[in-house]
Ligand binder design. Structure first.
Ligand code: KG4
Ligand code: ZN
Length: 340
């Protein structure tokens, strides 16, 4: 069964053709990064307009790269929640029109379920239940994943998402957008112990996260260092700020994820979302998991960040479970995944 998956939840216009959930035939992504760069973050209104410009081209490109036509497609899946409402609406409108014109079943998909599914597409040995940490520009979510794609949400962020604080810290340091990869690379040259940034909720005993305190702390630190000319005079290295900030974020993410695996007896941990590309997060989680006899999986970078393949993938499972949406399907800015 071939599914066309569309995602326009944030700043990437994405479409993919996936067969039977796991076989990625094409996976096309148009990034809007350049358009948002001068603003230092995603501008929702601009994102919507860029999606409108790109969506038809990207869908056609996905079909072309898969060497196929709509005659060969069995269903259309689209992210309809959560995300930027204007951005989501473009994908939903496109998917509804195509489903109507080609008389195909329509499936509205939760973006986070797509991220969670990404690991399953590439790791054949992935077992259930497992613990999944989704960390992206918009989300930080710790979930227990059961057979049949049922979930128990263990915890989420009380304020900013992990990727969001990477982007903000990069902005404070004047390093550009998106900040995750820039900070990641810079941090490799710095001392993670140089500055003791806070680790909010590290010992809260639950699975909730909070990152705005780290963000504010870095901001005050950078502002003061700049006032005192310590950065320009080389007394404080931005590599050390990057490494110390990253150490704080990663320590909290790893501690809570490993605690969840230990408590639930899950032997597998999956990492997904844009921040799953982070080298320190990957290596720290791997070594912490070894201590409790658990394995860590993460997808290749193009499946970590937003893409249409993960949407078409989870849609296949949902189709088997009987999901069909009407043409009245709407977009929603919020929409957590449903607990079992
Ligand atoms: O999943 P994604 O493409 O979009 C959302 O659904 O939000 O994630 C984008 C986020 C951005 O905040 C970006 O800075 C972050 O992922 N990111 C990283 C790295 N690469 C991308 N964060 C930390 N380290 C990285 N290497
Ligand atoms: Zn995402």
């Amino acid at each position: 069964m071939k599914i066309l998956g569309i995602d326009t939840s944030c700043d990437e216009t994405a479409a993919a053709i996936v067969e039977d959930g796991r076989e990625i035939i094409s996976n096309v992504v148009a990034s809007q990064v350049k358009a948002h760069q001068e603003y230092g973050g995603v501008v929702p209104e601009l994102a919507s307009r860029k999606h409108i410009e790109a969506i038809n081209y990207i869908v056609n490109k996905a079909l072309k790269e898969a060497d196929t036509t709509f005659a060969d497609i069995d269903a259309i899946a689209v992210t309809n929640r959560p995300g930027l409402i204007g951005a989501l609406l473009v994908g939903v409108a496109a998917a509804k029109s195509l489903a109507y014109c080609h008389n195909l079943p329509l499936l509205g998909i939760n973006h986070i379920e797509g991220h969670i599914y990404a690991n399953y597409m590439v790791h054949e040995t992935l077992t259930f239940p497992h613990i999944c940490l989704t960390v992206s520009g918009g989300h930080t979510l710790l979930v227990e994943v059961y057979e049949g794609w049922k979930y128990k949400v263990l915890g989420t962020t009380q304020d900013d998402a992990a990727g969001e604080v990477y982007d903000k810290v990069s902005k404070y340091l004047g390093l550009g957008f998106p900040g995750g990869r820039i900070i990641d690379e810079l941090a490799q040259k710095g001392d993670p112990k140089a500055i003791d940034f806070p680790r909010p909720m590290l010992r809260s005993g639950d699975y909730q996260f909070s990152f705005s305190g780290i963000k504010t702390s870095v901001r005050y630190f950078v502002e003061k260092a700049e006032r005192d000319d310590k950065i320009t005079h080389g007394e404080i290295a931005i590599e050390d700020i990057a490494a110390s900030f990253q150490a704080a974020v990663v320590e909290v993410l790893v501690a809570k994820t490993v605690h969840a695996a230990r408590t639930t007896d899950a032997r597998t941990i999956t990492l997904t979302g844009g921040v799953a590309a982070n080298s320190h997060l990957r290596s720290s989680l791997k070594s912490a998991a070894i201590d409790i006899g658990a394995e860590v999986y993460y997808p290749p970078i193009n499946l970590c960040t937003d893409n249409g393949a993960m949407i078409a993938g989870i849609a296949y499972e949902k189709y088997q479970q009987g999901l069909r949406d009407e043409l009245s399907l709407n977009a929603a800015a919020n929409g957590s995944i449903v607990d079992v």
